[in-house]
Design a protein around this ligand. Structure first.
Ligand code: MG
Length: 247
């Protein structure tokens, strides 16, 4: 079932989204060679709780932490640990929050120190993929139009689109209907309607699209060991098109 949210509900989702937006802004300032992913996780949890919210991912599907932190060939769902960030790495940070019964979800890839031009381009194209997807999220269009736009931008740059993981509806649950694939055919899939709220989150690989999950049961990595980037916004659909709530 795809929920059409009331103005009051959208206000609550928006509140959760503002908290994850501020959390990523706060964490961005801490990203530097030498800090561990666990330290970033603790800081994010303190920050979210200081806003009266709860970490959105903690406990969902049994996940133990606040952030998903994925480095270089790790695509998404990296578990924070004692690994120190190193100059030249891409670090992708995904954060959720829960407040007043509603979720917000947001992710960005960052450069640790200085990354090479290839990684820089991967991050900027992945961000453009997200924005192209959002541009296609308006009433009357279909979910497949979003994925098509994302895929077109990624593949025209020679990148691989991860198909095993998708964006999702969001509201009283972190993951709701509909699924938002990062690939698709124009004019296919559920119709986009005013009041829908969902997260679009392209995961784009510099090399081939294939991924596998590590033995920890969470961390998704590229098969070819090449880097990946991930950007995510939660949006709501208005008469005038998408409104980004995590901005
Ligand atoms: Mg998400």
């Amino acid at each position: 079932m795809i929920h059409i949210r009331s103005a009051g509900e959208i206000e609550k989702i928006s509140k959760a989204c503002q908290i994850v937006k501020e959390t990523l802004e706060f964490i961005q300032e801490l990203i530097a060679p030498g800090i561990t992913t666990m330290e970033l996780d603790h800081e994010a949890e303190k920050f979210i709780r200081s806003k009266g919210a709860k970490p959105g991912f903690k406990g969902v599907y049994g996940y133990p932490a606040t952030l998903w932190i994925s480095i270089d060939d790790e695509v998404v769902h990296g578990i924070p640990n004692n690994r120190k960030l190193q100059d030249g790495e891409i670090v992708s940070i995904d954060v959720g929050s829960l407040i007043d019964g509603y979720y917000g979800d947001h992710a960005k890839s960052f450069a640790v120190g200085t990354v090479d031009s290839k990684k820089e381009k991967l991050m900027s194209v992945t961000r453009e993929c997200l924005l192209d997807g959002i541009d296609n999220a308006f009433p009357g269009n279909r979910i497949g139009d979003i994925g098509h736009a994302v895929q077109k931008k990624a593949e025209s740059n020679g990148y691989g689109v991860v198909t095993e993981l998708v964006g999702h509806g969001i509201g009283t649950k972190l993951h709701e209907e509909p699924q938002i694939p990062n690939y698709g055919k124009p004019g296919t899939g559920p119709k986009i309607e005013v009041g829908m709220c969902f997260a679009i989150e392209p995961m784009i690989n510099m090399g081939t699209p294939g991924v596998f999950t590590k033995k920890d049961g969470w961390t998704v990595c590229t098969n070819d060991g090449m880097p990946s980037a991930h950007f995510e916004h939660t949006i709501t659909i208005t008469e005038d098109g998408a409104k980004i709530l995590t901005i």
